[in-house]
Design a protein. Structure first.
Length: 226
């Protein structure tokens, strides 16, 4: 299993059987080096919540690639109106897809979808635990620190993708506490330095990790395999 960092909270996951995007915010993302048309072959797009820096280019990529969008019920209903195929889930739910299992986890955040005709209810924000090819990955989405993260220790997470930028989400201090709750083998920071208000030093996060957790800072475009 390998995960390529596309900037902000966007990742491209390649498994033995599927190509998956998470939170594909490319257009308008000052960190992004990719364009929607680079992902014409993806099979699934996972969206953690309704904010523009997470839904991103999901609609355009889903139309071009015929990918299935996996997201909460409200966002799935909203996107389905544009004719793309969605698989709605919700928090606490787990479902076995052909590529592996997806579980939606709670996030402390908002999820409204901004449209030209106003705000649309995007349900509750979430994270994802993916169990693919015998490996587990947690993408936290946008979230504050929560006691619910202690439950993730039971999941035996291999790789945790955690926001560290503060202001809208956990900062480094809280992300380090989250790691102590989740106890992943590897922690990868995300959702930092994209905008002025989410400046953070990813090396400071890595230096603060306990000895038994490996910190990996991915530059945009870099891939981590495990
Ligand atoms: Ni957000
Ligand atoms: Mn965000």
């Amino acid at each position: 299993m390998k995960a390529q960092f596309l900037g902000h909270s966007a990742f491209y996951i390649e498994t033995e059987s599927a190509k998956i995007l998470i939170d594909p915010f490319l257009t308008g993302n000052p960190m992004a080096k990719h364009k929607p048309e680079d992902f014409d072959n993806v099979d699934y797009i996972l969206i953690t919540h309704g904010h523009g820096d997470h839904i991103g280019d999901a609609l355009e990529i889903a139309k071009r690639s015929a990918a299935t969008v996996i997201t909460n019920f409200e966002i799935a209903n909203h996107l389905s109106r544009s004719g793309i195929h969605c698989h709605p889930m919700h928090i606490g739910g787990r479902y076995k897809f052909e590529f592996g299992t997806v579980k939606m986890t709670p996030a402390l955040h908002g999820s409204a979808i901004e449209t030209e005709s106003g705000s649309v209810n995007g349900g509750n924000p979430a994270g994802f635990v993916l169990n693919i090819d015998g490996k587990k990955m947690y993408h936290a989405g946008d979230t504050g620190l929560s006691m619910d993260m202690k439950l993730l220790e039971i999941e035996d997470i291999d790789v945790a993708l955690l926001p560290i930028g503060g202001n809208f989400t956990m900062d480094i201090t809280d992300a380090l506490l989250a790691v102590s709750f989740i106890k992943p083998k590897v922690a990868i920071p995300m959702h930092y330095n994209t905008f002025d208000v989410i400046q953070a030093d990813p090396d400071e996060f890595v230096e603060g990790l306990a000895d038994d957790v490996k910190g990996v800072v991915l530059k945009v475009g870099e891939t981590y395999s495990w």
